[in-house]
Write a protein that binds this ligand. Structure first.
Ligand code: NAD
Ligand code: DAU
Length: 339
């Protein structure tokens, strides 16, 4: 009989996590989602899930009173809530400071007070970037060197978790994952933006030359890893999550999307680059694989991301009602930036 509190559970990865938990993890008898429902959160992401199993509480993770009550009443908290988009953090860092730093601090204090199990979701971006020809990958011991306001606040939140583990002995684990893709991802992000551009009759947009490399992972593989860490992970430990896609650059991804959607593979345009654009991320998930036995399901040796992208394209094609209302605003914001 385990109850679960999921912060940010109405966002992309959090909602997929809640869905996966309901479908595959009966050990969690009840799930409460705490989500502010910012522009990135959507109650519809939880549509169809039984009310008897999932409750959505609209609220801010910086609301100490609310957070205290919810953490006290649940056995385990998994913390996904964040401001998550690099481009937005370049325009206005303030919500990133609020949610990613103050919000994580607020949760940690409640976890400390009530001695509850906590898992913190983080990103590869805290480690900065690698050169294209650097053979190294990020590991659990790589030094932090974040580049953007987003990644700096995620790095800060990770440091808070490390400090609360070491100084106060909280029962926490952490994971740093690479770029996710899959259903329910906000259309401001690279892959869903290009898929919905094509579906809307717009030209896909590649920043700069597109030689940047992201270590793409399907969201279900990320969430499988989180469940494994919850059940078998060692308290106090950090786990790197990555699916070994660190050889695929943005240009190849956009070409593959064009091809899978029936266009010429060059049917995209180059637009203004992101300031301070990180070049390459690459994750070494050996610890997670050897100690906990995790392996990604969305891989195929020949075509890398083809299987996951086909599934994701089909989802956006079938769910136009979900993405269409946000499309004009997202594209208008990018257009102002020459992107
Ligand atoms: P997202 O932007 O899709 O969702 C974030 C959710 O958090 C939204 O539902 C939003 O409403 C909610 N939220 C924001 N501020 C809040 C606040 N103050 N209080 C309560 N809820 C709030 O993000 P995502 O892509 O699903 O990322 C989830 C987590 O995973 C983040 O911590 C992110 O840093 C991390 N992460 C993301 C990726 C990726 O590729 N997307 C990769 C690695 C790690
Ligand atoms: O690495 C993990 C991170 O991945 C997470 O921590 C972040 O929350 C998540 O947003 C993501 O960050 P990125 O900045 O890497 O993702 P994004 O989808 O914004 O961009 C992926 C790459 O594609 C990046 O190199 C920029 C490029 N890009 C992006 C957009 C939106 C384009 O070329 N064209 C675009 O239209």
């Amino acid at each position: 009989m385990t109850s679960l509190l999921v912060t940010g559970g109405a966002g992309f990865i959090g909602a997929n996590f809640v869905r996966q938990t309901v479908e595959q993890h009966p050990e969690y008898t009840h799930i409460t989602v705490l989500d502010k429902l910012t522009y990135a959160g959507n109650a519809d992401n939880l549509k169809g899930l039984p009310d008897s199993k999932v409750t959505l509480v609209q609220g801010d993770i910086c609301d100490a009173e609310l957070v205290d009550t919810l953490v006290k009443d649940h056995d385990v908290t998994v913390h996904f809530a964040a401001e998550s988009h690099n481009d937005n953090s370049l325009n206005d860092p303030s919500p990133f400071i609020h949610t990613n730093l103050i919000g994580t601090y607020t949760l940690l204090e409640a976890v400390r007070k009530h001695n509850k199990r906590f898992h913190h979701i983080s990103t590869d971006e805290v480690f900065g970037d690698l050169e294209l020809d650097d053979p190294n990958r990020f590991t659990e011991t790589t030094a932090y060197k974040p580049s953007s306001p987003y990644s700096a606040t995620k790095a800060g939140s990770d440091h808070l978790v490390h400090a609360w583990i070491r100084s106060f002995g909280i029962q926490a684990t952490m994971s740093n994952c690479s770029n996710n893709y899959g259903p329910y991802q906000h259309i401001e992000k690279f892959i869903p933006r290009q898929i919905t551009n094509i579906l809307a009759g717009l030209t896909p947009k590649l920043y700069g030359t597109g030689e940047q490399v992201r270590d793409w992972i399907h969201v279900d593989d990320h969430n499988d890893a989180v469940h494994l860490i919850l059940s078998k992970g060692k308290i106090g430990e950090t786990y790197i999550i990555g699916a070994d896609n660190d050889h695929v650059n943005n240009k190849q991804v956009i070409e593959l999307i064009c091809e899978l959607m029936g266009l010429d593979k060059n049917a995209y345009e180059h637009v203004a680059d992101r300031p301070g654009h990180d070049m390459r991320y690459a994750m070494d998930s050996t610890k997670l694989r050897t100690e906990l036995g995790w392996a990604p399901k969305y891989t195929d040796v020949d075509s890398g991301m083809r299987k996951g992208l086909e599934q994701t394209i089909a989802w956006y094609r079938d769910n136009e009602d979900w993405w269409r209302p946000a499309k004009n605003n997202v594209e208008a914001t990018y257009a102002k930036q020459g992107q």
